[in-house]
Design a protein around this ligand. Structure first.
Ligand code: GTP
Ligand code: MG
Length: 449
């Protein structure tokens, strides 16, 4: 980790400004070699300097260079940032100049990885940086910011400390049985502590389901037989003419996707080909795709046509979606009815042409997804999948400790499970990690981050 890395931190497109970031022991020296202006090796930390970049005796650009001395920097190493004009060619030329003078091109996420390895942030905070970049609603951004400021870290540390104090007492008892002042960690003493821990973890895990929805959105499939108005409904929800609508059955052949933000919740809408038995090859492939989408959907909007009688296609879809979180929409309520609504227990009669009806549908979606009240997000909403998976493993270990206590197994056996819980909690923070995990994790970051 002793080399100096460099990368373009901004998007590579013709824009107003680009930033090239350099980090490592040689950062200042390297940039100084191509900078015309003050001697960057002599300027104080956290200062910005105007000058020019000169490579092979040619002026490349007029720039502002920021100099930050270790350790008060993002990576805890010396960091230099070059603000240049935002053309793709000029930015690449300056980066190349920096690489030629001895820096290495950074891997994706390598700056953040260094911040983590140098102890400036823990793994939950590193992941929160990524989550901030990927946020697309106010609530997911707020959640990511809780992570970045270390609130997630503190929740996990609190669990870890509670688990550790059990382990410590058990081990003192085992190693120094003669210390009579120490509380004896019998199964009776341990039981309520473990029960409390499980209860508190469950509370976090319960909120996590909603947190995941906030972060990733809800995969929502709009299905129905041909011509019921699925694409019209998609367009109405998106407030955009995205999918082609015609009065010809079988208009949508391929899936059409769109994203809509309903009160802070993102719906990943998927309009599908109308399901029916068909001889048309293209349409048949579309129908197969619909069935695939249906399997993966977290929410299904099943659409019927009020002006046509229910047929086998409708009934099959009703059956195929019965175990899904589902909203039944009976569309085209402006036309003379042909459907006996008493067939359904819960449905929304609407017209995709009517704005009030669409708002009713949105309200129903929030209700069904149980996210109506997600305006108040507190720091205990953890939305990061890796962190949650580890927390679940820690919970399982404690559950198995509890089983061992109930069987009245010796405390040192119970301690094995408690130790495992402690290790999993440490993994959330990145205290116990292996290289492969870190490589995989940071590889998902953007270049220059
Ligand atoms: N009267 C009336 N017509 C509607 C309504 N919604 C959609 N339509 C019409 O129904 C026809 C079919 O609409 P689409 O949205 O293309 O239907 P679809 O379910 O996507 O059809 P496929 O893609 O073929 O499966 C079009 O002519 C729409 O204008 C409605 O609420 N009332
Ligand atoms: Mg369609």
């Amino acid at each position: 980790m002793n080399d100096t890395i460099a990368a373009i931190a901004t998007a590579l497109a013709n824009k107003a400004i680009s930033i090239i970031r350099v980090s490592g022991p040689e950062a200042i020296d390297i940039v100084n070699k191509i900078f015309v202006g003050k001697d960057l090796r002599k300027v104080p930390s956290h200062t910005i300097h105007y000058g020019k970049i000169k490579i092979d005796n040619r002026i490349i650009d007029e720039v502002l260079v920021s100099v930050f001395h270790a350790p008060k920097t993002f990576t805890r190493e010396d960091v230099v940032e070059v603000n240049c004009h935002g053309g793709i060619y000029v930015t690449n030329t300056i980066l190349e100049g920096i690489l030629v003078k001895g820096a290495r091109l950074a891997d994706p996420g390598e700056f953040t990885k260094r911040a983590f390895l140098n102890g400036r942030i823990d793994l939950t905070q590193a992941e929160a940086i990524m989550d901030i970049i990927e946020s697309n609603t106010a609530s997911s951004l707020q959640m990511a910011n809780y992570g970045l400021t270390g609130k997630t870290k503190r929740i996990i540390e609190d669990f870890k400390n509670r688990v550790l104090s059990c382990i410590a007492s058990i081990e003192v008892n085992i190693d120094y049985p003669e210390y009579e002042d120490e509380i004896q960690m019998t199964n009776e003493v341990l039981m309520p502590i473990i029960v409390d821990l499980l209860r508190d973890m469950d509370e976090i895990l319960k909120k996590a389901e909603v947190a995941q929805i906030i972060k990733y959105g809800i995969k929502t499939a709009i299905v129905g037989k041909p011509n019921v108005g699925k694409s019209s409904l998609l367009n109405a929800l998106l407030r955009e003419d995205k999918a082609i609508v015609t009065n010809i059955a079988g208009t949508t052949r391929d899936i059409v996707e769109g994203e809509v933000n309903i009160g802070g919740i993102v719906l990943n809408l998927i309009d599908t080909a109308g399901v029916r038995v068909t001889e048309d090859l293209v349409e048949r492939i579309g129908v197969e795709k619909t069935k695939e989408v249906l399997k993966k959907a977290e929410l299904v909007i099943l659409v019927f046509d009020y002006s046509r009688e229910l047929d086998n296609n409708d009934l099959e879809l009703l059956e195929a979606t019965k175990d899904k979180t589902r909203i039944i929409v009976v569309n085209k309520r402006d036309l003379p009815p042909k459907i006996d609504l008493s067939k359904f227990t819960d449905y929304l009669l609407l017209s995709s042409y009517n704005e009030d009806d669409i708002e009713k549908l949105e309200k129903k979606i929030k209700e069904v997804c149980n996210v109506a009240s997600v305006t108040e997000i507190d720091p205990t909403y953890i939305g990061n999948t890796r962190q949650l998976a580890k927390l679940k493993i820690a919970r399982e270990s404690l559950e198995s400790a509890l089983n061992a206590i109930e069987l009245n197994l010796p405390v040192d056996i119970v301690n094995i499970d408690i130790n495992n819980a402690w290790l999993s909690l440490g993994e959330i923070l990145g205290e116990v990690t292996n290289e492969d995990l870190l490589d995989e994790l940071f590889a998902n970051f953007c270049l220059g981050k």
